[in-house]
Write a protein that binds this ligand. Sequence first.
Ligand code: MTE
Length: 321
Amino acid sequence: MQTKRPRFNEPLPSEITPRDIFESRRQFLQQISVATVTVAGLSDNVFAQTIAARAKLAARANPAYFAKEKPTTFEDATSYNNFYEFGMDKGDPMLYAGTLKTRPWTVRIDGEIKKPMTLDIDSLLKIAPLEERLYRLRCVEGWSMAIPWIGYSLSELIRKVEPNSNAKFIEFTTLADAKQMPGVSSRVLDWPYTEGLRIDEANHPLALLCVGMYGQTLLNQNGAPVRVVLPWKYGFKSAKSIVRIRFTETQPQTAWNRSAPEEYGFYSNVNPNVDHPRWSQGSERRIGEDGFFTKKRKTLMFNGYPEVASLYTGMDLKKFY
Ligand code: MTE
């Protein structure tokens, strides 16, 4: 995601990882599996926190939501990220998100509900049995991944807080703490990062409240300790490191819509028939598999999740992009 791009459909400079960064991230990922690590240019503190954030997380694979695809490697999924609170390059979140403190962590849930509450991460983990789901995630920039996420349907949490009849939308607010997040000092977005859904979208069983990936808790760069994953929408809808979930009567503003309304709409459904002003949405490159010079794969309507189509019956998806 960037609001300025040099030429239509060309990789961003940030999408082509310079060799030194690529090598340092490989080294990082090799070393992360051992207890003591030293990598030039990064403090032990950063590593210690990143390692501490990882813990095994048991979850039963849900075959109904397990895409028949080769999963993206753990290495790619944790080193090629968009998390602007830690910088704009794809490698920045992996390098800098170690400063994010994910415990204690609470999520405030309020607005148009009967039971407002503040839940800590352990309570959130217990709301419903954890499932592993392999979802495709497609970024509006034209790349995609397939990731084994862990979590449960967001609808389980929604049911617990009992929305009232005014609750038509949900707003997610994510952490914006300049002390922990170096990118928040820049003006690239109007912080905090917020996202939103219509309540029927949020209640669709595909919408995942996500607490882990690859059999373990989320790494900071992927949105620890809690995020959402909405596989039929462009990646930016999947807000990371959520601190507040607010139920509203009117459509909430979203960070990307505020920053560039002609480029990022509220719905942001994956739609090969509606191009972004600067990037074609008809095809995509799978990270780790498709090189810049191989033929791109076709992007499917709703990212290949046709079960969500009924949410949009009668809507002009060119207008509601
Ligand atoms: N959430 C926050 N808080 N900040 C961000 O910059 N980037 C979004 C989304 N969630 C973002 C965010 C974008 S543009 C994408 S593509 C996905 O996170 C990337 O998720 P991943 O790095 O786990 O693949």
